[in-house]
Design a protein around this ligand. Structure first.
Ligand code: SAH
Length: 492
């Protein structure tokens, strides 16, 4: 009797879950809040925002409570100036209390449970049936975050990250999805067609997060979905500034672009930590350009970028620092425009700004530095550019940032000094600025070339010249960035 019957293979079991996230509908339902503290006022506001009719029982309501009751965001908030009673809990959908001590909390929780009402006592987890967690509100898109009470601060930090990553405008897109859902369902599109519609919808939302979708967009998306098969989705190019290395220095828009890219063409100035922000499925291609090492020709990069976009891909051209500073963005933008490809630019923090921030030196100064100039040490032929305005380099009230300085610094320094630059002018070379292995070398401009040539200059180097660096030059030591496992500014 050991016959085997065929059975369906199960998908793997769910991993243990400390809390079950559920999204409770409170529209038009009654909610009870016991207590009048500011904490209770905030809970009343939250419940009202979720559409509940909130009854608050408080002998002495706080100013916060009275204010929110007078200006409820959603459902009504009624303040009853007395203590709560068991009968108040009858028929409530949810009950919350602010209690001074455990015996009050226990009394409230037991009474609520006896009435079948889920209960939360503020800051007293052992009397709670549920917790609120942290919320990211893009209603109707709502994200709840719980650490099961283990680390609320950690939860808040994750909330802050999500807040930054999910555009506010997604609320409008989620709302449009709700409005259009029925129409899409009954549009006659096949299952796959409807799926494609929502993919196109999502891509459009990611590209235009701040735009308010309208009925014409619905029609456009529908037409596009129907026409697919014959027409490939239109591609685009975004030139994105990756900043000098530390990924925390990227803009939010850069992160978003990385997350909606199909293909990322990046320079080797771009750090791996930055690439980690890309969508996992995105194809990543190194297109070189180190200045001196092997690199792709600019024309090849342009052609690749254009052909990928023409094939319908969302191409991100990811560049170190800011794309518009010594980044040949002009040529790439022109190539896209000539090919009729939509092109957008996302600025980044340029090497000079990143390095200055880590040195803690202001590049301008009311009495010492009235002008800031960026020059390149590297002309198209790899030599020192001949058309540098040496007088402006010699100007004692200028701060100069020299990009691509390594090969030509000795010549640049000698020529500038011959043209009147004070040889004692403070200068500083910053190697691998903002990265974990940043190094600075300070000396006078006359001495810096020799100092730099004896250093390990793997990775990018920027050189500053100007009086504002006097303070570092006087330290006159080679400094290695302090080892750190996380970026400054993100301290608990
Ligand atoms: N678009 C870039 C510059 C590209 S040119 C920007 O805005 O920063 C390349 C040069 O930039 C390098 O040779 C070096 O001089 C400078 N550079 C870029 N990143 C750097 C970094 N992290 N540290 C020091 N210099 C950097």
């Amino acid at each position: 009797m050991n016959a085997r019957t065929p059975t369906e293979t199960r998908s793997p079991r769910m991993e243990p879950l400390a809390r079950l996230p559920v999204f409770l509908s409170l529209q038009g339902r009654r909610a009870v809040v016991a207590g009048g503290t500011p904490g209770a006022a905030w809970k009343a506001e939250l419940l009202s925002a979720a559409g509940a009719a909130v009854d608050v029982y408080a002998r002495e309501p706080s100013d916060e409570l009275l204010a929110v009751a007078g200006d409820a965001p959603g459902g009504t908030i009624t303040v009853h100036r007395r203590d709560w009673q068991a009968a108040d809990l009858d028929g409530a959908a949810i009950a919350i209390a602010a209690c001074e001590n455990d015996s009050q909390a226990e009394h409230f929780a037991t009474t609520a449970r006896a009435c079948g009402v889920p209960v939360n006592v503020i800051d007293k987890p052992k009397f709670c049936d549920f917790a609120f967690g942290a919320i990211v509100n893009r209603s109707p898109l709502v994200i709840g975050i719980s650490t099961d009470g283990a680390a609320p601060v950690f939860g808040q930090a994750i909330r802050a990250k999500l807040e930054a990553m999910i555009p506010r405008g997604f609320a409008r897109w989620a709302d449009a999805a709700r409005r259009w859902r029925h129409a899409v369902q009954t549009s006659g599109l096949s299952f796959n067609g409807r799926r494609r519609f929502w993919q196109l919808f999502t891509a459009m939302a990611a590209r235009n997060p701040d735009y308010e979708p309208e009925q014409v967009d619905y029609i456009r998306l529908l037409t596009e979905t129907e026409a697919e098969g014959s027409i490939v989705e239109k591609g685009s190019v975004v030139l994105v500034g990756a900043g000098p290395g530390d990924p925390e220095l990227m803009t939010l828009r850069a992160v978003r672009a990385l997350q909606s890219a199909d293909i990322i063409l990046y320079d080797d100035l771009v750090s791996v930590e930055v690439l980690d922000f890309a969508r996992r499925e995105a194809k990543k291609m190194l297109v070189g350009k180190t200045g001196y090492g092997p690199s792709c020709k600019q024309g090849e990069i342009n052609a690749l970028m254009v052909s990928l976009a023409k094939a319908g891909k969302r191409v991100v051209r990811l560049k170190g620092g800011d794309p518009m500073i010594f980044g040949r963005a002009g040529e790439e933008i022109a190539a896209c425009r000539d090919a009729g490809i939509a092109v957008e630019v996302v600025p980044g923090i340029t090497a000079a700004q990143g390095a200055a921030s880590r040195l803690g030196i202001s590049l301008t100064h009311r009495s010492e530095a009235r002008r800031l100039q960026y020059v390149t040490g590297h002309a198209a032929d790899g030599r020192l550019p001949r058309d540098v305005d040496w007088r402006s380099l010699a100007d004692p009230s200028a701060t100069t940032a020299v990009y691509m300085p390594v090969k030509t610094l000795a010549e640049l320094s000698a020529t500038a000094i011959a043209e009147g630059l004070d040889p004692a002018t403070p200068a500083v070379a910053v190697l691998r600025a903002t990265r974990a292995d940043q190094v600075t070398i300070a000396a006078s401009i006359a001495e810096l070339p020799a100092r730099l040539s004896s250093a390990d200059v793997s990775g990018p180097v920027i050189v500053f010249i100007g009086r504002v660096f006097g303070e570092i030059a006087s330290r006159d030591v080679m400094q290695t960035a302090p080892a750190r496992t996380h970026s400054p500014g993100v301290r608990p």
